[in-house]
Design a protein around this ligand. Structure first.
Ligand code: AMP
Length: 218
């Protein structure tokens, strides 16, 4: 059965890293709204100019704008057979809009939980490849700008919104605006919560098990 998976959790929980692997295993695209917005900012498009400031401050861009972005992306051929969504939805309004877009297609929802201080530590150590967007986390050893990306050899840099001050603002936004959205899914039979304060391999195993248990119950 097609996998339509939402990865929920705060910045630094490991959503992006895990989403890449789960999407690869199921042969579906990983769709990250954060990546889409960063690409738009880098390309200097109209959208990029509109969202640049908001993303840099770690605040949420408007629901209308992000829902339209996701609506268009989900209409692409590669997303028709399933997808892993990373970073969307982030508000109750976005979650409701997504239900409308999916028109009853079954969703699997996984929330990754990690304590705040661990998140700050991880995000501070996170680097991203300037060329291909691969994320190198503190788990892989101490990432340094001197290292090259293992995938493409590109330069590793820190995301401007990964500075400690902006990370703390992003966590505040998360607890205020995104955590209440979890309540929108929590009571569904297809919702699972996993402990993300473990090694990426263990977290991956827990997510794979959660996804399998949801599919098995359908
Ligand atoms: P992320 O890479 O998911 O941490 O996203 C980086 C930034 O992009 C966030 O801090 C927001 O400014 C913006 N963003 C990404 N996804 C959304 C969303 N679903 N709703 C609003 N803003 C978003």
């Amino acid at each position: 059965m097609a996998l339509r998976l939402l990865m929920l959790g705060p910045p630094g929980a490991g959503k992006g890293t895990q989403a890449v692997q789960i999407a690869r295993d199921h042969g579906v695209p990983k769709i990250s709204t954060g990546d889409m917005l960063r690409d738009a900012v880098t390309s200097g498009s109209e959208l990029g100019r509109q969202v640049k400031e908001t993303v840099a401050r770690g605040q949420l861009v408007s629901d209308d704008l992000i829902v339209e972005l996701v609506r268009r992306r989900l209409a692409d051929d590669d997303a028709r057979g399933g997808f892993v969504l990373d970073g969307f939805p982030r508000t109750v309004a976005q979650a409701k809009a997504l239900d409308g877009l999916l028109d009853g297609c079954p969703l699997t929802v996984v929330e990754i939980r990690v304590p705040d201080e661990e998140l700050v530590r991880r995000v501070r150590g996170r680097r991203i490849c300037e060329s291909c967007g691969t994320t190198v986390s503190a788990f892989d050893g101490e990432p340094s700008e001197a290292q090259a990306c293992k995938v493409c050899g590109g330069r590793l840099v820190q995301r401007s919104d990964d500075s400690e001050t902006v990370v703390r603002d992003r966590l505040t936004v998360y607890w205020r605006e995104t955590q209440p959205m979890i309540g929108y899914y929590e009571s569904r039979e297809t919702f699972r919560r996993v402990d993300g304060a473990r090694s990426p391999k263990d977290v991956y195993a827990a997510i794979a098990e959660a996804v399998a248990s949801v599919s098995g119950g359908r």
